[in-house]
Structure formats: C-alpha cells, structure tokens
Design a protein around this ligand. Structure first.
Ligand code: NDP
Length: 283
C-alpha cells in the first residue's frame, strides 16, 4: 500500500508556483493578489481560510483577509463583493462557505465575477468545466486530480466511483474524472444517499473517491483489493485522549481499508492540504 502524502505534494506544488511567481515579478508583471472573505467564527472555516492565507504567503501572492461578524447583512456582503469585483489589484477571491443561514449562498456565488471566482463555484465556471473549456476548477477535485497525477496513478479506462454529489466536491469530481484528457478518461459512477446497494458499485471500482461527511463510512468489505482510495471527508469525532477533546477522521475506515488498498490518502494530511493550495489554478 502506498500512502498518498498530500502535505508533501502540496508543498511541492507551492514551491513550483512560487518559482513561477518569482519569474512573473522579475519580468515586471503584477504580483498575484488573492483575497478571502470569512463570515463568522466557525473554527473549521477559520482554519481553512488561515491555511489558504498561509499558502498565498508561501507562493509569493499578496493576500487580503476580509472578516465579518456572523450577523452581517446579505446586502453588506454583496457590496463588499462588488468592491472586490471592481478592484483591479484583486486577481481572485473566495467567499468561505458555509455562510450564516440568513444569507443566500447561491446569490453570493452568483455575484462573484466569474473571472475572479477562484473556487470555480459560479454557474458560468461550472458550465465551462462541463463543456471542457478553460476555467477555474473547484479546489478539492482539482487537488485530487493533481494527487493522482503526481503519484503516476493510471486513470484511463479505469472505473472511478465517486460517493457524494455536492456542488463543491462530488459533482465536479465526477465531471473531471470523466473528461477526455490524459489525467482522467475514467468510466465514472456517481453515488449518493439514494444509491441502491452502494457496496455493489464500490466493489467494482479501481478508484473510490469518498466525499460523504460520515466518519469511517467506507469499510474494507466495500473495497476491491488494490483499489485507489481517496478520502475527502473531514469529520470531528469525540476523543477524550486528544487535547481538544476531538480528533479528525475521514469517511474511510483507514485502519482496515489501508490493508486492502493499493493507494490511500490519510486524514488529516491527504486531500485537505491540497485544497488549501489549489484555489486559483485553472484547467
Ligand atoms: P455534502 O453534505 O454537501 O454532500 C454529501 C454527499 O454525500 C451528498 O451528495 C449525499 O447524498 C452523500 N451521502 C450522504 N450519506 C450517504 C450515504 N449513506 N450513502 C451515499 N452517499 C451519501 O458534503 P460535502 O461534499 O461538502 O463534503 C463531504 C465531506 O468532505 C465532508 O466531510 C466535508 O467536511 C469534507 N470536505 C473536505 C474537504 C477537503 O479539503 N478535504 C473540502 C470539502 C469538503 P445526497 O446528495 O443524496 O444527499
């Protein structure tokens, strides 16, 4: 079994981007500037955004963090977005999700200029992804394709089963894996909560990508010997022995599945670090 080290790959990727930025700036081009909007004080969101800001610093991007209290009005958030859309110094930005319930996420996503939508959530960018046109691709699926590529994992003609069909992970993941490119070309099955006999599907998979949000859901009996297992899930479970009283686990029961898999991502240290690195990269 090969452990896919997302932390190592994300640092390699950052070093490569840093070299590109250095060349850009040396040639008199503008230093890329990424911004992030964080609403409220959800610890997980704060941690994601902090990691993205850190990644910006590592690659030599300018970064701006815009923070609002959870009770900010939708109108005020829309005004800030309009400001970022119009600011020529901002090349791209993210609005960290989820947003408080009184704010429509869809309205916010649709107000982001597609040209600055580095998360690739705007309907125009999702449409471009489906049509195989150059676009920003949602960070987590992009990071996963990059992991497969850097571990030289063959994908062409393979059967990839994606579990989960969210707009930010599962759906774009299934589209990317089915693309007619040498980094994909898989036959894709997209499973979700209404899928009948999930195990029937996963047992046929050469590559399983789990993006469900349920701790230890994928067990060894669901996985074919030697399969590639990508665990997107980040779930907090109580752990009295941990300093914070909880630990992070994935959607895959790592201890048993790792004995059967050919390649597997750990949680933490697998997909997560890639997600912090890939916003702003386009296909
Ligand atoms: P969502 O809750 O938006 O989507 C979960 C998906 O899983 C849904 O499509 C749902 O089906 C499906 N699902 C739920 N239960 C089952 C089941 N019993 N069998 C089959 N499918 C099921 O989650 P996200 O996609 O946003 O996130 C998934 C996980 O990934 C979370 O743990 C999240 O924290 C993590 N995550 C990790 C990132 C990283 O960088 N590592 C980045 C983003 C997310 P249905 O559509 O029918 O409801």
């Amino acid at each position: 079994m090969v452990l896919i080290d997302g932390k190592k790959i994300s640092l390699e990727l950052q070093a490569e981007i840093a070299a590109e930025v250095k060349t850009l700036v040396a040639n008199g081009k503008k230093q890329p500037h990424l911004a992030a909007i964080l609403v409220g004080d959800d610890p997980a969101s704060q941690s994601y955004v902090n990691n993205k800001v850190k990644a910006c610093l590592n690659v030599g991007f300018k970064s701006t963090l815009v923070q609002f209290e959870a009770n900010i009005s939708e109108q005020k958030l829309l005004s800030k977005i309009a400001e970022l859309n119009a600011d020529p110094d901002i090349d791209g930005y993210i609005v960290q999700l989820p947003l408080p319930r009184h704010i429509s996420e869809q309205k916010i996503i649709e107000s982001i200029s597609p040209a600055k939508d580095v998360d690739g959530f705007h309907p125009i960018n999702v449409g471009r992804l489906v049509l195989n046109l150059p676009t920003y691709v949602s960070a987590t699926p992009y990071g996963i394709v990059e992991l497969l590529k850097r571990y030289n994992i063959p994908t062409e003609g393979k059967h990839c089963v994606v579990i989960g069909r969210s707009n930010i992970v599962g759906s774009p993941m299934s589209i990317l894996m089915a693309k007619n490119t040498n980094l994909a070309n898989c036959t894709v099955t997209l499973c979700h909560s209404k899928t009948k006999d999930l195990k029937y599907h996963t047992l046929q998979a050469d590559i399983v990508i789990a993006a469900i949000g349920r701790p230890n859901f994928v067990t060894a009996d669901m996985i074919k010997e030697g399969a590639v297992v990508i665990d997107v899930g980040i779930n907090r479970i109580d752990d009295d022995t941990a300093p914070k009283g909880f630990k992070l686990v994935g959607d895959v029961k790592f201890d048993e599945v790792s004995k059967k898999a050919g390649f597997i991502t750990p949680v933490p240290g697998g997909v997560g670090p890639m997600t912090a690195t890939t916003p702003g990269l386009s296909n």
